[in-house]
Design a binder for this molecule. Structure first.
Ligand code: ZN
Length: 252
């Protein structure tokens, strides 16, 4: 039965012309990155600072940066896992035309996927941007520069600095969203990997892909609201599943 879903998925990938992967927290939890929205995740430990609060209040900016200082260090040392490496392999084989990700950890690029083929819907953790002039710099350097006298970083232009991750209440980056819609509408196989497919508007992409004639495969440890329109649902960890599929592709 389990081997059956691996060989079915391998066949679907082999027969598809344009494969798109959509990835969520589930692919990165196997690298040791917690799912921030899950029970025990940082957003259940603290009430999140919304984008509007960040803009409006110095106290909110102080809270935000204090938490980011706690949240950031694991991202410096984290490594891609078997799931990320499998998707990089699919791109090298010319089967995967793009990845749309809800993750901010840059692990797809670290695994070897070309930066221009990875659409980051929720931004990226490693870069911090000035909200006034748009200048960016490494988040690491900004955090190292924080002191008790200056707990909120400011740009030389006077603007507030904020990591390039999308906060609660902040709009998704328009260009990334448009690219994601293009990919979903123009693929013939949409692989939803490690996402509960509940965070909108990103979660509407599998439905769009199916509407435009693509097949949908869902690999996630728990059921999703789109399971009923998927050709194949694999409720198993993503790393093992995807590396098994790569092995099957190589031997067929
Ligand atoms: Zn600035």
């Amino acid at each position: 039965m389990e081997n059956d879903s691996i060989s079915r998925l391998a066949d679907m990938i082999k027969n598809a012309g344009r494969v798109v992967a959509f990835t969520g927290a589930g692919i990165s939890t196997e690298s040791g990155i917690p799912d921030f929205r899950s029970p025990g995740g940082i957003w259940t430990k603290y009430k999140p600072v919304t984008y509007q609060e960040f803009l409006a209040s110095n106290k909110a900016r102080e809270d935000y940066w204090a938490r980011y200082t706690e949240f950031f260090p694991p991202f410096e040392t984290v490594k891609p896992n078997a799931g990320h490496l499998a998707l990089a392999e699919l791109e090298q084989q010319g089967r995967l035309i793009g990845i749309i990700t809800q993750n901010i950890d840059r692990l797809h690029q670290a695994a070897g996927n070309a930066d221009e083929n990875v659409i980051e819907l929720h931004g990226r953790v490693d870069i911090t941007i000035c909200l006034s002039c748009g200048l960016d710099r490494p988040t690491r350097d900004v955090i190292l520069g924080l002191t008790s006298d200056q707990p909120v970083p400011q740009c030389s232009c006077g603007g507030w600095l904020k990591p390039a991750t999308i906060s609660f209440g902040q709009e998704l980056p328009q260009e990334a969203l448009e690219q994601a819609v293009q990919l979903a509408a123009n693929c013939d196989l949409f692989l939803a990997i490690g996402s509960s497919l509940t965070v909108h508007p990103a979660a509407s992409l599998p439905g769009l892909a199916v509407e435009r004639g693509a097949s949908l495969v869902i690999v996630n440890v728990t059921p999703t609201p789109y399971d009923h329109i998927a050709q194949l649902v694999v409720n198993k960890p993503t790393g093992q599943t995807l590396s098994d599929v790569i092995r099957r592709l190589a031997s067929s």
